[in-house]
Design a protein around this ligand. Structure first.
Ligand SMILES: [Zn+2]
Ligand SMILES: [Zn+2]
Length: 139
């Protein structure tokens, strides 16, 4: 019943098709995400069944020992955060054109969130210490 989900970068060089996108949107307030995008990273989980058209336009960056960040080297659109070990992608929710029934469910690194913004959404939250504890077994 799940319809394929379509995403693309701003210039259209890269088109992405994802089999299943979880409807829970997360916000990451960590310093890396805010430096990467200029603000919190609003992402959806896309699993591993992802097809790229125009992959030759994608530049990957090893942003940590356990993950890569990918972007279109023509227009700079951020395309994904890739977990090396799990082989799964988190992608910016804004690059998709046909997602429905989304809701913000989680905020990461809430202890790193600066004072100059906040979301009114009711979500679960995790601090850096909670995240390190939670993911220690998975990384
Ligand atoms: Zn592009
Ligand atoms: Zn982050």
């Amino acid at each position: 019943m799940s319809e394929l989900k379509q995403a693309s970068c701003l210039c259209g060089c890269v088109k992405i098709t994802v089999k299943e996108v979880k409807p829970e949107v997360s916000a990451c307030h960590c310093g890396s995400c805010r430096r990467w995008g200029g603000g919190p990273f609003l992402a959806v989980q896309c699993g591993s069944q992802v097809d790229f058209e125009g992959a030759e336009h994608i530049k990957e960056y090893d942003s940590s020992a356990w993950a890569k960040r990918g972007f279109c080297q023509e227009c700079g659109t951020h395309l994904y955060f890739y977990f090396n070990k799990a082989g799964t992608y988190n992608m910016p929710v804004g690059i998709f054109s046909n997602l429905e029934n989304l809701h913000m469910a989680m905020q990461y690194y809430t202890d790193k969130r600066p004072d100059y913004y906040c979301f009114a959404n009711q979500t679960n939250e995790m601090t850096e210490a909670e995240i390190l504890t939670y993911f220690a077994a998975k990384i």
